[in-house]
Design a protein around this ligand. Structure first.
Ligand SMILES: *Cc1c(COP(=O)(O)O)cnc(C)c1O
Length: 483
């Protein structure tokens, strides 16, 4: 099937090439627009092209030149922009609060950052500083939260939701932190946990596996997380049940997918509240998508407006108090805050395909941007220099020895500048801040990218470049062993 698709594309492309080859290759003078930068709804408002044709990121009046950073620090390079996280979150909280005011909504809004999306310190701290709460899925994530708590790194008003299957150790840590007066809410994930949490004194949540279809990339027919609707509604009374939680998937494709789930969940919420009067919060989980392909996409402003209006109308109609609303949109907040840079090492011609050349890069899609391989994720990939040079159609290949280590934009092509003998060509992958780090690996023992943080006009090295010794160590090769 994939083959056929490629051939169709091939055919179409050949026809297209005949008709309008110039338009695609000579895009005019508005390079910012051509590379789809500077657009609010696409989260590219932070990026621009300078006069020299180099990619820049703008933090207020500070300008970071990504070509210069690649030259100075070398590639592969990951650049983290905490100000983007702060902007995204500030805006999101602002939208919900504004619409609650406009519609006279009485419930409270809270944002919970799902830590699994990116656990790096430079991602979590900006979220906390902007008033985000947390959501953890494992004991090790909760351990980080414990360290922050003990270091008095956050406001004691912060609330932590605990998801995921709970081992005894995980539950012990939850208890320990509640004992230290943290507002920590375990979310019941299975019937076994109802029993285990029966003596828990703090607030409790329950995750319901909604029988609603959602159009996510990962739409699974049989979700294994949470209680079935029936089990949730049959729950024996839990006197401190406070939160009803659901999560229908990630990268939801349409606004309708998000809104349908809220509406459906509200129906369950009303029923559950009849038996549990303490229930006052609905947590709609994650799933808000990123317009990776820079096509028409829904916006946070539009969706927050509709969610608040809908919850207001539904609860007024049902004559119940407006529920507090918790949101766990992770990808949406952090994906745009990291750019991954590679250098093209060499090119190879491709004889019969939609692209003319392979550009082989000095890093790996399979290792550093795992979703490229795992779920055929599409990315917004652009050059970081020569952005107004003449262009070629390319496919990109990573430098592991694996034929799956490539990016072809789903069998189409990626536009890149022609290579120049005397100059490095850098490529930038945008929106790499969500999920890729936790999933990354060391196929062929390649080193992970160097990580730097750009903030307040300054650059800080956050993770050193791995060398042969440090990568070898991960596989048990310590000094002297080789003999
Ligand atoms: C993964 C996850 C999220 C985050 O999903 P995004 O698609 O990144 O918004 C939120 N809540 C739960 C329970 C999750 O498992």
């Amino acid at each position: 099937m994939i083959l056929r698709k490629t051939q169709d594309h091939d055919e179409r492309n050949r026809i297209m090439k005949k008709k309008k080859p110039k338009r695609r290759r000579k895009p005019g003078k508005n390079w910012k627009k051509f590379w789809k930068l500077g657009v609010d709804g696409w989260n590219t408002q932070f990026f621009d092209v300078n006069k020299e044709g180099e990619l820049t990121a703008n933090e207020g009046h500070h300008i970071y030149n990504l070509n210069d950073l690649a030259l100075k620090y070398g590639t592969p390079l990951q650049v983290i922009f905490p100000f983007i996280i702060e902007d995204q979150l500030k805006d999101l909280i602002g939208y919900f609060q504004a619409y609650m005011k406009i519609y006279g909504y009485k419930g409270k809004f809270s944002y919970h950052y799902p830590m699994k999306v990116n656990q790096n310190k430079e991602f979590i701290l900006p979220i906390i500083s902007e008033g985000g709460n947390l959501e953890v899925t494992s004991i090790n994530e909760l351990w980080i939260v414990k360290k922050l708590w003990e270091g008095e790194k956050f406001n004691s008003k912060i609330r932590v939701f605990c998801n995921g299957p709970k081992t005894d150790q995980y539950l012990d840590l939850v208890e320990e932190l509640r004992g230290k007066e943290m507002n920590i809410v375990p979310i019941i994930e299975s019937s076994e946990e109802v029993e285990k949490l029966s003596k828990y004194k703090g607030d409790i949540g329950v995750r319901v596996n909604l029988e609603v279809k959602s159009d996510t990339h990962w739409d699974k027919k049989f979700d294994l997380f949470g209680l079935s609707e029936k089990d949730a509604l049959d729950l024996a009374k839990i006197k401190n049940l406070k939160v009803m939680h659901y999560h229908v998937g990630s990268q939801i494709k349409s606004q309708k997918g998000i809104l349908d789930a809220v509406k459906y969940a509200f129906g369950i919420y009303i029923k559950l509240q009849k038996t549990h009067s303490s229930l006052d919060t609905i947590d709609i989980g994650g799933g808000f998508g990123i317009p990776y392909e820079r096509k028409k996409f829904y916006t946070a402003k539009g969706v927050s407006n509709k969610i608040v209006r809908m919850l207001k109308n539904l609860s007024d109609k049902a004559e119940i108090k407006h529920p507090n609303l918790a949101v766990e949109w992770g990808r949406y907040i952090v994906a745009p805050a990291q750019v991954t840079l590679y250098k093209v090492i060499y090119k190879k011609n491709i004889l019969k395909a939609n692209a003319n050349s392979w550009y082989v890069i000095d890093g790996s899609f399979m290792n550093d941007l795992k979703d490229t391989w795992a779920i055929h994720q599409k990315w917004h990939i652009i050059p970081a220099n020569n952005m107004h040079g003449s262009l070629k159609t390319t496919w990109l290949a990573g430098s592991t020895c694996d034929s799956d280590d490539k990016y072809t934009d789903g069998g189409n092509y990626v536009l890149m500048p022609k290579l120049h003998e005397d100059q490095s060509q850098f490529i930038a992958v945008l929106d790499t801040g969500a999920y890729q780090d936790g999933l990354s690996s060391h196929h062929c023992l390649l080193s992970a990218p160097l990580k730097i943080v750009a903030q307040d006009g300054m650059i800080k090295i956050f993770r050193k470049r791995e060398n042969a010794d440090s990568v070898g160590k991960l596989f048990g090769w310590t000094n002297g062993d080789h003999k």
